[in-house]
Design a protein around this ligand. Structure first.
Ligand code: DC
Length: 230
């Protein structure tokens, strides 16, 4: 088989992007982090006061969507594409807990999803892509040759995300706040009307609560090899 699409969906902080980056590097494929795109739209909404922890003016955001230009620029050193919002590198800004607290709300908007899904589908026209998100195997590429669905306990995921934020120097975080955020995003992501997070029927489920990243990578790679040999 020639180049394929690897779709990785699952709950937040299940290590989707770590796995996706490792796979893309190994296969010489392009890695696309679709969560970064939803985060960048959220940052735009925050910068324009369309959303904060008290209000969300959906109409204004929808009206202004045409003024959002997103693209990835490959960073040789980091080995993946960094997110640019209207030609500005926002890779760090989109990873804060504040953005995480608003992103699920923004992701419920169908107009936002339509715009981003179209752009994601364009990136996969030549296959050779590892894409992670919530609706890749169900909506963006229902015909992906490999579909993975990742889960882990909320506690394990919150611990990982908490450590990540601390390592990044974010001092305003507590484990409790991170756990609350993980649980609330799980809820909103899986109950929203448009493209809720759910396992595609033909996806392989991986629970990595007690699995090391290296072991997971090796298992998935061997599964992908069997698909490529077909
Ligand atoms: O993968 P992440 O945690 O960076 O994603 C941030 C949020 O974006 C997530 O809570 C839900 C939303 N998202 C989405 O709705 N669809 C996607 N394909 C990717 C992310």
């Amino acid at each position: 088989m020639g180049k394929i699409i690897v779709a990785i969906d699952g709950f937040s902080s299940t290590g989707k992007s770590t796995l996706a980056k490792q796979l893309a590097k190994e296969l010489h494929y392009v890695y696309v982090d679709t969560g970064a795109m939803y985060r960048a739209v959220t940052l735009f909404a925050m910068q324009n006061q369309y959303i904060d922890n008290k209000q969300f003016n959906k109409e204004k955001l929808i009206f202004d969507l045409k003024n959002i230009k997103l693209h990835f620029v490959f960073n040789e050193e980091k080995g993946f594409g960094e997110m640019f919002l209207n030609d500005e590198n926002v890779e760090d800004e989109i990873r804060t807990l504040e953005v995480s607290q608003n992103v699920s709300q923004v992701s419920t908007i169908s107009e936002v999803r339509k715009k981003l899904v179209e752009q994601q589908q364009k990136m996969g026209t030549k296959r050779g892509v590892v894409m992670d998100g919530r609706d890749i195997g169900t909506v963006v590429f229902p015909d992906a040759e490999v579909k993975l669905f990742m889960t882990a306990s909320a506690d394990k995921r919150a611990k990982r995300r908490y450590k990540e934020l601390l390592d990044r120097g974010d001092k305003n975080v507590s484990y409790k706040r991170v756990l609350k955020n993980v649980e609330s995003r799980d809820y909103i992501d899986s109950t929203r009307e448009d493209s809720p997070l759910k396992k595609a029927e033909d996806a392989v489920e991986i629970d990595n609560s007690d699995m090391g990243m290296q072991e997971q990578f090796e298992r998935v790679l061997s599964y992908i090899s069997t698909v490529l040999e077909k």
